[in-house]
Design a protein around this ligand. Structure first.
Ligand code: ADP
Length: 373
């Protein structure tokens, strides 16, 4: 069956999805509201700005963020034949961090102690077992740590509550601050008929809420790997249909907590583009047009990914990496953004250690410290 895929969004995840669809000669369009997006520059023929035309031109839709309401997506699906990957009911759990916590609680998956706060009365927070310092999150619209704050005292709480709109009717997610030893991530792709592909377990290193680099294999015991796999199996059985990636905390007592999930490809899985037989983006293409045999587990070589975050401002920019004296293969992907800005995700570098003879962490750190863009 040939059909046309609609990508909702025009950022780097949309771009890498488009690359996989193009490689597989899969027809697609993307919907872009922005001028000069990378999608528009690189795929001008496939980039549509007219919402109605986009809706009419595609049979199946997929997305690159969770910022749309379920109602907006429902309106996009013109008729019963059009579908969304992830499906709507799975997506609905992830459009808001509080909905996610409710799902995790229902499935008995350990997460930090949390509560939804609708008024500034701190006594209710204390009663739920939380004490300073705790974490406050905006339930929707946050990414890369924007919308996440550590709160150390009542006056901090008041200013964060104000920033996140508590006094204008918005609720907050307040949660226990975990003493994090490691951050981990893993996900899966799953179809309506129950077949699935497990993505690799990775370690992510975050600074101020932004992922700096990612390693595979994650340096954790088999027991921790198993615990995470069991959690993913519960989520699959929920049942979730689509591609999902989850972030976990491992605390200093070796306990695993789920933090959050995303119903889409994820930064933590970019190393699959060079270290696995198929990338996370290829898998979306394969699940949308199931013509080939899809593995139930994605085998992934020893690898690292370094996010290239802007270190200058301006339209003219180029990436310079330090010399690496090692037989590691280095793969650079720039996202073609129209300008560079401090901290903006401009691209990533994947390192693959075919022979497992090099110190990947040392090399990743060298690249991270010394790249210029
Ligand atoms: P975002 O959706 O912006 O990525 P996250 O919930 O992933 O927000 O939080 C960003 C980072 O903040 C995490 O990777 C982690 O380093 C830190 N963080 C988030 N929640 C907690 C918590 N409960 N305890 C300790 N650190 C946390």
């Amino acid at each position: 069956m040939t059909h046309t895929i609609g990508i909702i969004g025009d950022g780097q995840l949309a771009l890498m999805l488009a690359d996989s669809f193009k490689k597989r000669e899969q027809a697609f369009f993307c919907f872009s509201e922005n001028e000069n997006s990378s999608m528009e520059l690189l795929y001008p023929q496939q980039t549509l700005k007219d919402a109605q035309l986009f809706r009419e031109s595609c049979d199946v839709f997929t997305l690159e963020n969770e910022f749309h309401t379920v109602q907006e997506l429902e309106e996009l699906l013109l008729n019963k034949k059009q579908t969304l990957f992830p499906n709507l009911s799975s997506y609905g759990h992830f459009s808001n961090k509080i909905f996610q916590r409710q799902l995790f609680q229902k499935l008995e998956i350990p997460s930090p102690i949390w509560m939804e706060v609708r008024d500034p009365d701190l006594t209710k927070i204390y009663e739920s077992g939380l004490s300073f310092p705790f974490i406050v999150k905006a339930p929707a619209g946050g990414y890369d740590g924007k919308g996440v704050r550590v709160v150390r005292n009542p006056s901090d709480f008041n200013s964060v509550a104000d920033d996140f709109g508590l006094y204008h009717g918005k609720s907050l997610l307040v949660e226990e601050m975990i003493s994090i030893k490691k951050e981990l991530a893993q996900g899966f792709v799953r179809s309506e008929d129950g077949s699935f592909t497990l993505l690799p377990l990775v370690e992510t290193v975050q600074v101020n809420g932004i992922c700096q680099y990612v390693y595979h294999p994650a340096p954790v015991s088999q027991d921790i790997q198993k615990q995470i796999e069991e959690i993913l199996k519960k989520l699959m059985k929920a049942p979730l249909v689509g591609i999902f990636n989850f972030e976990f905390f491992l605390d200093d007592r070796e306990r695993v907590f789920i933090n959050e999930g995303a119903p889409r490809p994820h930064n933590s899985q970019h190393l699959t583009m060079d270290a696995s037989t198929f990338s996370q983006f290829d898998l979306v293409a394969m699940y949308l047009t199931p013509q080939e045999k899809i593995p139930s587990k994605l085998e992934t070589k020893s690898s690292a990914m370094i996010n290239i975050l802007g270190r200058s401002e301006g339209k003219e920019y180029s990436l310079r990496l330090p010399e690496i004296s090692s037989n590691i293969s280095v793969h650079t992907k720039l996202y073609g953004k129209n300008k560079c800005a401090f901290g903006r995700k401009m691209g990533h570098v994947n390192l693959v250690d075919e022979n497992q003879t090099s110190n990947l962490r040392e090399i990743a750190l060298k690249i991270f410290k010394e790249y210029h863009i």
